[in-house]
Design a protein around this ligand. Sequence first.
Ligand code: FAD
Length: 516
Amino acid sequence: MAATGGKQIKSVLIVGGGTAGWLAACHLAKKLNSKDPDGVQVTLVESPNIPTIGVGEGTVPAIRRSLQYLGISESEFIQACDVSFKQSIKFQDWLFNPDDRRHAYHHVFDYPVQNGCDLTPYYLMGLAGDDSYVNTVSVQGGLCDAGYGPKTMTHREYEGVVSYAYHLDAAKFAAFLTKHATEKLGVIHQLADVETVTLGDGGMIASIETPQLGTMTADLYVDCTGFRSLLLGDTVGVPFVDKSDILFVDTALAVQIPYGDEKAVPCHTIATAKEAGWIWDIGLLNRRGTGYVYSSAHTSHDAAEQVLRTYARETLGDQADDLTLRRIPMKVGYRQKFWEKNCVAIGLSQGFVEPLEATGLLIFDATARMIAEQFPATLEAMPALADRFNARVTHTWEKVIEFIKLHYVLSRRTDSDFWIDNRRPETIPAALQQNLEIWRHQPPTAYDFSSRLEVFNLENYLYVLYGMDFQTNMAPLKARYSMDQEAAATMQAIKGHRQQLAGQLLPHRELLMRAQ
Ligand code: FAD
């Protein structure tokens, strides 16, 4: 079939300069060769008056691949963005009422060790004794608890003895990406307030109007305006699909906390469950970023503030009473479509769920790369690509929602309506219910995950399910697993490897100080 022509897409206008806007700018400019006069021109316009959301400090390992691909030096990034390393999320008090029994587990980033012998069934059959799941199958939980960083000073950039991601200062990260995009990748940066978005033929965006720069036009518009979704939501009119019937957390109280007497910088995010949500605690080199995300239907803002101050008091004492907290309302869900006509949304304008597994930057980075890789050459090529993009990204959001919900469904807390309501069957997606039904009778396998593009896979589910003491009935399956000796030897080898690594690695703070 002969190729058809159509108007070429030569320019992209990104509205919004938060981390989503700048990640999108970097991916598009890199792939579309914006430095070259024959490449696609990428312009980012952001308001000098509307601040970015200013939170979003946790990432997942995929960010390493992206930063490296974008040509960013890891050491420059670490120095510019007050970065610390992240090897895990440590979940505290998610399983039991904390007054009855304390509980914690790690969702680490390293794959469970296999060496030809899948240890999970043997762990479930009791071969590991009292060891936790994570310590049975991986060295990483132990390294986190002992306070080690994930790499030595001699490792190459983006490489470590175990997988890792970063904690970072969100505002500094946006500024760092701005510099990289404009100086190295050819992105044009403009400051202006978008007051009007004008639709033209067939509902396509024709232009945007700004008081500072007048009318601006492009072939494709990228909405990175945050929760407001000025282009895709407000103007193009794509509805928001609310998911607060599944995930109840809808408000954040955020605060930056100075270090008290504690010297260690945790190499993991700490997520501590509370009566109507949970508190995140992220240690950067010079301060902690902390916040309580909670369900406003299950607690009052005043009570939430008290919960966060009490938490801060544990390390800060009375100074915690002077902290200035910032309340952020959150829209839980995603747009019915993410790409409609000549408008694509990346960032909070696309969707959002509570930051329990640091999914924001992950999805925005992945979808920005997806658009860049499949960028339409002509307007004619756009509708089919948009349809495919919409289907894939909807699937991504659905799967992320299931994974976040899993953390609540596995809890046995009964100390508040928040925890009880979270386990009501009508709030649990059908696909998650079906998975749990299957996994009651056999451990998860890779066949339970249908798409390479799913952001949470087998290993993520294993760490959360068995970290939360999920019960799989292994009794009828025993005959399938006869490699006890190999499994026991592998478990022993993991312990030995952990001890050996502890002798090579630096305490996390020391590693960060040396990286400065
Ligand atoms: P914003 O940062 O809100 O940026 C919007 C941009 O649009 C700004 O530049 C603004 O000036 C511009 N703009 C708006 N209106 C106009 C206009 N009319 N004209 C011109 N410009 C305009 N993600 C993670 O990955 N990990 C985390 O740990 C994490 N924690 C989070 C915690 C909380 C409480 C919340 C709410 C979010 C968290 N996120 C996290 C998500 C993360 O904050 C976002 O993914 C990220 O900051 C991207 O935001 P954004 O760029 O879409 O929007």
